[in-house]
Every structure is written in C-alpha cells, then in structure tokens.
Design a protein around this ligand. Structure first.
Ligand SMILES: Cc1cc2nc3c(=O)[nH]c(=O)nc-3n(C[C@H](O)[C@H](O)[C@H](O)COP(=O)(O)O)c2cc1C
Ligand SMILES: [Fe+2]
Ligand SMILES: [Fe+2]
Length: 409
C-alpha cells in the first residue's frame, strides 16, 4: 500500500509536504517500467491570512489526498491553489479539493494551464482562475510570490513559484525524479546517491524529448539569480533539496547537456542465437583493453532489460555500441523499439558504432546507420557480416572499436 508522509518542513512560513509513495505503479505514463516507484509531492503553506496549496496528487489517490489535507487544514479555508503543471499526476485530485473548498480558492497558473484544466475537468474548475504572465508577482498572505514560466518542463503549461522573502522554489516536475527515497530531503548522502540515477531515468523518459529546454530554462532561472540564492527546491516528485539546493539543477543541467562520465560506453544488443553476442564479446574485450568501461544491456531469450533503464544510461555515456541482428529484412524488434525511443528521448551528440549479424542479406545495420545519420548522434561505422564472425570480421570489429575510441574527446 502506498505510504503517506506529512511533515512540517518550515515553521515560518508554516509549510508542509504531503507526499504519497506510489509503490503500486508499474509503468509511468503507461510506458516506462519503474519498479522503483514514484512519489507525488504536494505542499501546503499557511502565511498571514492565506492558506496556499501547491499542486496535489494523482487522480487514483484523490480520497487519500483529501483525507491527508483535512488533517492539516479545513479545505474550505484554502485561499489559493497554485497549479504548476496540469498533468494529472499532480492535478488529478484538484477537482475534489475545489469541490470541498466550495470553489472559493483562487486558482493560479499559466493561461495554458487554464485551458488544459478546463479540458480535463470542465468549466467550473476554472471559474476563479488567475492566469499569470511570466515573472508576475502577487502579494499573498504578506509574502511575494513570483511566477516564472518554464515551458516544456514538462508541458507547455509548466511554471515554477519563487517565494521571494524565503527564497523557496516550488518546481513541480523540474527537479523531480522516480523512486521512493527513504527520506523527504537530501540530508542523507547515501539516499541521494541511490536516488540520482532514478532522476536521470526520469529526466530522459519524461522530459527527454524536450531536453534542450532543460538547459534553456535553467539558464533563464540562473539569469534571474534565483537558483544561486534558493534556500530550498521543492519538486513534485522525489526529494526536497535543502542541504544543497544547487545540486539538483546542476544534475538536470548535466543530463540535459549529456555530460559524459569518463570511460563509460553503453553497449546494447540483441542476440537470438548467439552470433551477435560473439561479435559483442570482441567489442567488449577491445573496449576493456583500451581502459573503457562497457555498460552492457542485452536482449536474449533469457533477458529483456527495461528500455527506460537503457535510456537512463545514455546521457552520461561517452559513446554507444549497438549490436543488432537482421530480422525479417529489418531491425530486430527489441532494438528497433529501443533505438526509436533513444533517438526521440535521448538524442545527443555522441558517437555510435553499429555491429550487425545476418543470415542471408544484412539490412539492420544499414537501416540503423540511416536513422543515426538523421539524428544528432555521430555515426562512426557499421560492421555487418554473415553468421559466425571470421578472423577478418574480428579484425574489422576491433578496428571499428578503435575508431569509436578515437572519436571520444
Ligand atoms: C525470425 C528471424 C528472422 C530473420 N530474418 C532475417 C532476414 O530477413 N535477413 C537475414 O539476412 N537474416 C535473417 N535472420 C537470420 C539472422 O539475422 C542471423 O541468424 C543472425 O546471425 C542472428 O544473430 P543471433 O544469432 O545473434 O541472433 C532471421 C532470423 C530469425 C530468427
Ligand atoms: Fe509532467
Ligand atoms: Fe509529474
């Protein structure tokens, strides 16, 4: 059963996190395998005469949300509801909250958010809606709330809230990650170290299609000076950042820019009967011989790694090797899907080497080469041959690996 955590995170202003640990979910957005689960974080602030709710939980947990909220405040007393992003993992419980509130609260969000909320939940929910303009400030309960749009982190509707006097950033999806960390904040280094790979996987699978906007939006926030001075980052998923608030945006920036870890080479392949695998052993040995660290994901008749995990490995890899078999005059289905998602979600300027095996006419390698040359990836070479690798194939593969290495900066 999902665990619910409510903690007071600040005395002045009085601020609470309402977090539910979704350990029931299997596929985020009905696609991405997340055995690690995810949390939905909402926040509640009491300041002066105002009671402000920041986002909510997923629709499935509406009942639990109302129950949890009611332990801190009578929903009727909520004066403002800030909607950073209308994706239903954050907005799903809001229709019931507004109903319990008697529709008295002023709902604040972007004009996109207003349109999307109306589309998802009907006209009534946006009757009392204030659409902000980028950078607009509102005085609420004696504090200054600045709203900053961060389009495409994760949808066009997305914004963050900066509470000026207290230097708090409510960042919703930006700064979030998969996983159910044991703590609510970044106070424990061990928890942070375990959590960060889930953040990378989250960034690539959820925001990856728009990853250039990560870099752009962080640049925008830096230009406003708010990242450097932030005392706390409060995302809609995962850990709160208060020991080292800069760290999470630095991580986002690195993933957005595809900053590589020295020596890491991602090796992905399928092998139905072992011929591709024999080639990949040559690749792996050659990489190791030159001091590289191959991180290997293989699709066989015994293994099928999650594509979401593979995608999470791309941003910090220096280079990639894809091993593929030709399957019905095309790319093996597992590699086809992996590659399709990689080109869409993890499209970085990194070198790729393609190694293929076929039975009668090699097609897969050439098809992959064609796809790569139309992406940001840098195609190094395609080495494709029939059946069992011969001595000359082995030499060609080793040479291609050395060519890949030569491309690494
Ligand atoms: C279902 C299936 C479809 C295949 N389709 C083709 C094909 O269209 N063209 C081809 O040259 N080889 C085809 N092959 C042969 C494989 O590409 C070849 O056996 C290759 O060496 C497989 O590598 P593996 O042993 O690592 O699975 C096919 C094999 C299977 C099992
Ligand atoms: Fe989202
Ligand atoms: Fe989200």
């Amino acid at each position: 059963m999902p665990m619910i955590r409510v903690e007071k995170i600040l005395e002045e202003p009085e601020l609470y996190i309402l977090r539910i640990d979704d350990d029931q979910i299997k596929y985020f957005e009905a696609t991405w395998d997340i055995p690690e689960g995810i949390t939905y974080n909402a926040y509640l602030m009491k300041t002066g005469d105002a009671v402000i709710l920041f986002d909510a939980w997923k629709t499935d947990y509406t009942e639990q949300f109302l129950e949890t909220l009611s332990k801190i405040v009578d929903p009727k007393d909520i004066t403002h509801i800030i909607v950073h992003h209308t994706e239903p993992d954050h907005s799903g419980a809001l229709p019931k909250v507004l109903e319990a509130n008697g529709y008295k609260a002023l709902v604040i969000g972007t004009s996109f958010a207003k349109r999307f909320m109306e589309g998802f939940y009907g006209e009534k929910i946006v009757e009392n809606f204030h659409a902000i303009t980028d950078g607009e400030e509102l005085q609420i309960g004696g504090r200054t709330f600045r709203f900053i749009t961060v389009p495409w982190l994760h949808w066009p509707d997305t914004m963050i809230t900066y509470v000026v006097e207290d230097k708090l950033i409510f960042s919703c999806d930006a700064g979030g990650g998969y996983g159910i960390p044991e703590t609510i904040d970044d106070s424990d280094e061990k928890v942070v170290e375990e959590y960060l790979p889930h953040v990378t996987k989250y960034i690539v699978t959820v925001i990856g299609h728009y990853h250039k906007y990560i870099v752009e939006n962080i640049k925008k926030l830096k230009g406003l000076g708010i990242i450097e001075e932030a005392k706390m980052i409060l995302p809609g998923h995962g850990l709160i950042w208060r020991k080292d608030p800069l760290r999470i945006f630095k991580h986002y920036e690195d993933v957005g820019a595809g900053k590589a870890k020295k020596g890491k080479i991602l090796v992905i392949y399928d092998s139905m009967y072992g011929f591709v695998e024999r080639r990949m052993k040559i690749v792996i040995d050659e990489l190791k011989k030159h001091g590289y660290n191959p991180v290997v994901y293989r699709f066989t008749d015994k293994e099928a790694p999650a594509v979401s995990d593979i995608l999470g490995e791309v941003p910090d890899s220096e280079g990639i090797v894809i091993g593929v078999s030709t399957y019905e005059a095309g790319i093996h289905p597992r590699i086809r899907y992996t590659l399709y998602e990689m080109l869409d979600k993890a499209n970085y300027e990194k070198p790729i080497l393609v190694v293929g095996a076929f039975g009668w006419a090699g097609v897969a390698g050439k098809e992959i080469e064609h796809l790569i040359t139309r992406s940001k990836f840098d195609h190094v070479d395609t080495v494709e041959s029939r059946g069992m690798p011969r001595t000359e194939d082995e030499e060609r593969i080793k040479e291609a690996v050395r060519n890949l290495i030569a491309r690494l900066s």
